[in-house]
Write a protein that binds this ligand. Sequence first.
Ligand code: ADP
Ligand code: NI
Length: 219
Amino acid sequence: MNNDIIINKTVSFVKDTLKNAESGHDWWHINRVWTNARHIAAAEDCNLLVVELAALLHDIADSKFHNGDEEIGPQTAGNFLKTIDADAQTIEHVQQIIRYMSFKASFNKSGFHSPELAIVQDADRLDAIGAIGIARAFAYGGHKNREIYNPEIEPNLNMSKEEYKSSTAPTINHFYEKLLLLKDKMNTAEGKRLAMERHEFMEQFLKQFYSEISLPSLF
Ligand code: ADP
Ligand code: NI
């Protein structure tokens, strides 16, 4: 099967599988990550088919919504790729990327590395920052019924994996706990450049947010 057909079949599978997904991990998140990944890949030496398949399948089954089972994503992706006769090497590489690209896995320095993983990881991180990242954070917080802001609850910069998963902190804290840290975790030159722009936009947003909260005339 040629690569275009493989990609088209994967797009259909992902759209169909994610049709009831919450807004932060819906088809449009996948579509943005796919676009980011192709953009970054254009300047990198890599296997484009692996990059595109991993971008398309990276959130096919999020462990957060499957009792923390970290293998559910790679397994679902692998099972699908077998049905369209992708070759074994491609399948294995895509599965490794899905396994290792999460924020949590990035703390595991001894894990798997490849140029394709670096690209897709950057593509996904870009969608967590900037204007889109702000929208996704508040959408996720709303989905979880979190407060937008509560000055009595300080950001926790040293959360363990478990605390991070079960955190009920206000959404604004998530900027300090994760989103503002992402620009220093980018792998590729183009990823870093785009992350810097989006980071600056988030800083501007936070500045405005806090200025609106403490209107001096009220005191
Ligand atoms: P990833 O897809 O990289 O694993 P997550 O699934 O943790 O990322 O998060 C998906 C989206 O939800 C991101 O935009 C992220 O910022 C947002 N999000 C995750 N956890 C929180 C949280 N505690 N508060 C607000 N937004 C969150
Ligand atoms: Ni994602």
